[in-house]
Design a protein around this ligand. Structure first.
Ligand code: NOJ
Length: 535
């Protein structure tokens, strides 16, 4: 019998993103791999997370570090072999955890045999698997669309005399998901992994999957400023978030529904109103359309509070929220908000309503690491002037104070910061006040308290200087959260002066039986979690 919906693991659990190249190397080549991840699963179990999202480990020429797939049903030798992956699945499952894999249906590598065939001639049966167009007048590109990584999104193919489309690198040609054969091939690849036992997919750039049928020019962005990435000169009115995308997502979902308790996370950088469309009609779309608000918003009480409320209000009936504060594409959370706010950010992520998605290393306070140009690997930083390299947030996990932080016996593919000697898992495990132990405490609390795991969310109105909310479960203890997102002390002034509770956990200190109530002073950078008085 299917479990009660509240019990679904992807609703009640915590997902942890592992950037495959940077978690643990097992063979001394300086690049993280599957066997390395297996060695570190005990750590993830100790931390208390429920699921791993693993970034792509498919065969790839690595032009975009794995987001350019040349075989959808294999494993790149850099990461291991298919049987290593199978062992990983067993090891994850034997610990009661789940494994979600990245899936990239929007584009393949130009080395993929499909593209090789497609580009071989205009009448090749796979020609229409990608997006080919004739040149405009005077050999111009078919329309004005721009690549997210700079320059036009069209690459000229001399051999067949047409352009092909690529949102990202020219080595990442766009698949034509309007072609039923392509959709079928994607579903077959997903089925391959589902049959192996994976617990779901994180679908890359979900909002790009379908383009305007007429390929109309995108309008000019009147708000463009020269320091913005060049692709933002245009508004992507026709090149992304097209209505047909929801049919594709529904097809993916139908496949997942043939299995039990699988999850589809969608990568989406869109406004809240548009994100929620990806739950699909009758919630038949993505289970967790990625909500990236906390990655992008300035760290200010009013803005964050407004975004939470707007998101909560926009969610369709029965849709389950999700939150993320770090991923492999955005600067590290502490580099955005400052080290002082580390525990406040942890408390926010792990106490909001919805599935938290953590990013490896955030739990030990890893920050962006400056990588000299000659050592950079990310094409985004190397190709574009106004687009920042993502290498700084992808550096190796800092396990201990030994050479290369215990990540590799070889030369790490990206350098580590000097600070790893103090800032690492081993050192923080021993320190009861460390960020790592704080994360673990929060995780344990969330795992045992139904109100924190599944309860409703109610904003608490204050004078706007603190972020405050209540998580209320059915028949269980309710919690009051009050977060000071600044480095100045602030008094708690709820509009409803009766709101108070007994403090269970503070980011800063022991409240020694003191109540959190009207007039309580929160220290700079303090977050407090309290048992609500009426429960
Ligand atoms: C989103 C991925 O997260 C990013 O790392 C990648 O470069 C692009 N999609 C292209 O696949």
């Amino acid at each position: 019998m299917a479990k009660a919906t509240q019990d679904l693991w992807w609703k009640s659990g915590i997902i942890y993103e592992v950037y495959a190249r940077s978690f643990q190397d097992s063979n001394g080549d300086g690049i993280g791999d599957i066997r390395g991840l297996i060695q570190r699963l005990d750590y993830l179990q100790w931390l208390g997370v429920n699921a791993v999202w693993l970034t792509p480990v498919y065969p790839s020429p690595m032009k975009d570090l794995g987001y350019d797939i040349s075989d959808y049903t294999g494993i790149d030798p850099v990461f291991g072999k298919l049987n290593d992956f199978e062992e990983l699945l067993n090891e994850v499952h034997s610990r009661g955890m789940k494994l979600v894999v990245d899936f990239i249906p929007n584009h393949s590598s130009d080395h993929h045999p499909w593209f090789q065939e497609s580009r071989s001639s205009k009448d090749n049966p796979k020609r229409n698997w990608y997006i080919w167009k004739d040149a405009g007048p005077d050999g111009a590109e078919p329309n004005n669309w721009l690549s997210v990584l700079g320059g036009p999104a069209w690459a000229w193919d001399k051999h067949t005399g047409q352009y092909y489309y690529h949102t990202f690198l020219k080595e990442q040609p766009e698949l034509n998901l309007r072609n039923p054969d392509v959709l079928k091939a994607m579903l077959e690849a997903m089925r391959f992994w589902l049959d192996k036992g994976v617990d779901g997919f994180r679908v890359d750039v979900m909002w790009y999957l379908i383009k305007d049928e007429k390929f109309r020019d995108n309008p000019v962005n009147p708000d463009y400023k020269p320091d913005m990435p060049s692709s933002e000169q245009l508004i992507q009115a026709y090149s992304s978030n097209q209505p047909g995308v929801h049919d594709i997502v529904r097809q993916f979902r139908k496949l997942l529904d043939e299995y039990s308790e699988k999850v589809m996370i969608g990568e989406l950088y869109l406004s809240i109103n548009k994100i929620v469309d990806y739950y699909g009609a009758n919630n038949g779309g993505a289970h967790l359309p990625g909500n990236h608000q906390l990655l992008l918003l300035p760290w200010e009480v009013k803005k964050v509070a407004a975004a939470i409320d707007k998101y909560e209000a926009a969610l369709p009936d029965g849709a389950w929220p999700n939150w993320v504060i770090g991923n492999h594409d955005q600067p590290r959370v502490l580099s955005r908000i400052g080290r002082g706010q580390a525990k406040v950010a942890a408390m926010l992520l792990l106490s909001l309503r919805g599935t938290p998605i953590m990013y490896y290393g955030d739990e030990i306070g890893m920050e962006n690491v400056e990588i000299p140009r000659e050592e950079q690997k990310d094409p985004q930083g190397l190709l574009m002037e106004n687009n920042k390299s993502r290498d700084p947030q992808r550096t190796p996990m800092q396990w201990d104070a030994s050479e290369n932080a215990g990540f590799t016996t070889g030369k790490p593919w990206l350098r580590l910061p000097k600070s790893f000697e103090q800032q690492n898992v081993e050192a923080q495990k021993k320190d009861p006040h460390s960020l790592l132990n704080f994360y673990r405490q929060l995780i344990q609390l969330r795992q045992k308290e139904p109100a924190l795991m599944m309860g409703d969310y109610y904003p608490v109105l204050t004078d706007g200087k603190l972020l405050a909310y209540i998580r209320r479960g059915k028949g269980s203890t309710s919690f009051l959260l009050v977060l000071n997102m600044t480095d100045k002390a602030v008094d708690f002034k709820p509009k409803d002066r009766g709101i108070r509770g007994r403090v269970v956990l503070s980011t800063n200190r022991d409240w020694e039986e003191q109540e959190l109530e009207t007039g309580s002073r929160l220290e700079a950078n303090e977050g407090v979690l309290a048992r609500l008085a009426d429960t």
